[in-house]
Design a protein around this ligand. Sequence first.
Ligand code: ADP
Ligand code: MG
Length: 863
Amino acid sequence: MNYHGQSTSEIYQQLETSTQGLENSEAERRQRKYGKNELAQKKKFSVFNLLLHQFKDVMIFILLVAALISFVVGDSSDTIVILIIVVLNAVIGFVQEYRAEKAMEALNKMSSLHATVRRSGNIVQIPAIEVVPGDLVLLEAGMLVPADLRLITTHALKIEEASLTGESHAVTKSTEAITADDVPLGDRLNMAFKSTVITNGRAEGIVVATGMNTEIGRIAQLLQEEKIKTPLQKRLAKFAKTLSFAVIGICIALFFTGWMRGEEAVQMLLTAISVAVAAIPEALPAVITIALALGAKRMVRKNALIRKLPAAETLGAVSYICTDKTGTITQNKMTVVDCWVSPEAKKVADFNPEELLILAMELNHDVITDENNKLKGDPTETALVDYARNNKNYNKQWRTDFKRSYEFPFDSKRKKMTTVYPLNGSWLVVTKGAVERLLTICNASNATEINTTTEKYAKQGKRVLAYALKVIDQLPQQLTVENFESELSFIGLTAMIDPPRPEAIQAVADCHTAGITLVMLTGDHPITAKAIATETGILQQPTDRVITGTELAKFSEQEFQENLESIKVFARVSPEQKLKIVKALQGKNHFVAVTGDGVNDAPALKRADIGIAMGITGTDVSKEAADMILLDDNFATIIQAVREGRRIFDNIRKFIKYILTGNSGEIWTIFLAPLLGLPIPLIPIQILWVNLVSDGLPALAFASEPAEENILKRPPRKPNESVFSGGIGIHILWVGLLMGAVCLGTQAWAIHVENPKWATMVFTIISISQLGHALAIRSNDKSIFTLGFFGNKQLVIAVLVTIGLQLAVIYLPFLQSVFKTQALTFSELAICLGLSSIVFWAVEFEKWTKRLKKKNASSEKQL
Ligand code: ADP
Ligand code: MG
């Protein structure tokens, strides 16, 4: 359809809409007709696929082969049990992955974009997927265009269309019809296309196509996103593979040694297969996803929305945070408290200087006044307008007298904003912005006086804005910013307070104890920034420095490198400098989190190890580029997220420690028995049982383990630190060996005293030992007696259920015949429980030595 060739009035007609926008009922009808405004989903997640996926696993396949072998040799009870285990495995896997998928789906939904539209005459925000053809959409800098639009009004609108045309320069848009034939996309200047980026200005447009009918929709097939694996998942997948080979090697050895010793071949084969199934942690990568997805779900409750799953894991490694000031450290609740009119300001038209300053505040703003006379927009802007409208010099008539002709919106690089109005046949140009920027384009001879006044306010932590204006007879030849923002007369200053968030002070302190360096990057004045940084504790040491973007630009590369880490406040920085700082910090091996809200922040957010966008004030572009979104814009939320990230990683580690130690215990027991001249103590279905129940159930509970007390009191881990560092590898080996030793010792003793129930006893001990181990490794170094037994309810339940099931297997006659167990007497059971606790005590002892070492180390430091 050729929309660009039609005039705006033809467009209204064609799409059956008006300047009031669609009626709500009509919009609903059109949504039913045209469907949702979304690009066709990748592969839709379905319950059936997920269920099928559970059976695709190689291990499951091996188990099915084992079931078949048992059946062929006539051991149909084994076949049934193996099948039950296969199904249970699938069910548990399914339930977990289903929860994870649901959590991810919810997260994705939350991070989807919104669009601003006119409906029934009102301006409303709706989810971008609900936009329909005919909708009147409002666009402004920082947004992603929600659908294909024909533009009907534009103000200095520039759009970057690289995703469609490959052209990375932003294109200036207009509204005139284009009548030429065969206009390529890049030349359709009166159109805005879905998913392109507004870099400048504002506009309104009528939706002409949505969803897959848009230009981007046509090429959407090419843009299929892949599921990204986290670094940890990649490493673990590799590890699992190596381990699998080792285990398979062990199993082959097991099979042949057993066979050669004269064991029955089929039985030996089944044993070897069971050990392989039990010992290969094939589910590890999947379990990591689950832990991350559930962790991300918990983070949302604390207002940190994870957009990219790997961030949930890597957050814990953050060692440097570069944060914004306004709104993040401060409340972004601005109130103008001071106004200063320059004594040099002269009368313009009929306005005296006092009136001029108030007029300038009324004119130069970016605020929408809604039906109830409430001001909507950036807090800086609303504060200024609010102040003006309540001032004694204010005149309500201005609002109808002055009609804005041109506007150059605020941008964090220029740090100014300019608007232009017709005034008695000439033009009035009003500019507001950072004081020193305005001074360079003003002819003020009292610059010193202006600067001292600015400094006075800034020292009190106030945000200072300056106003300047000029009257020109004719518009400049070229309507560029530079031509308007020049030769202005300075009229005055305003100062507003924006108090720090009360929770920021604690969060900054937490950062320090957690070994994270915190720096403030702000577009604001250095003295204002310093005042806020001092108040919140960001500036602490006498060596901490404050520096401005201008000073930074003068540094040589070497000076920059040398000074970088002593600078705690960067004021008046530009977005490019932000990117440069991030890169330099990464060059010094820091793991950097960066916050941002504007379009210009996107490169820094992308480059950062953790890019953090603002949920409230952030632009679409910054959100798209970010790994995480702060739903409340609050700095304290970042620390909460880091804490959660550390906890997730801790728990993944505990989980791995638990599973692999258990596996190691089983392998040692089965592998060493024949070498010590003992019969293999566990039969295949017992091995599978231990793997599924006494390993499986408690392992799941580790995801709910609360954070360790010192979680924010220790330095961040190295980003690429192995999950086996800190002695975990050794722990897995020695604790496993101990489990094996307890089992085999019991076995040898029971055989020696001719107790026929030795097999059941070993089965019970290996099962219950796991539970003791689970309790003991809940903390890395704290004793469970200080930690308390009931901190992790899920684990308590898992332990109790496992004990119950184990008793059932030993005492219920029906299960006895399946698992080949015998009822233990009370004293035999007591002995087994006692022996099972050996592992528990040993690990408690390990933690005690750790504590002792730490204590010695810290007392040495004090000496
Ligand atoms: P911050 O890091 O505090 O969010 P910004 O980049 O938003 O800083 O603003 C930097 C400077 O730009 C401010 O100190 C102020 O001088 C100027 N400024 C901010 N907002 C506006 C605006 N809406 N219009 C004109 N100038 C502004
Ligand atoms: Mg800002």
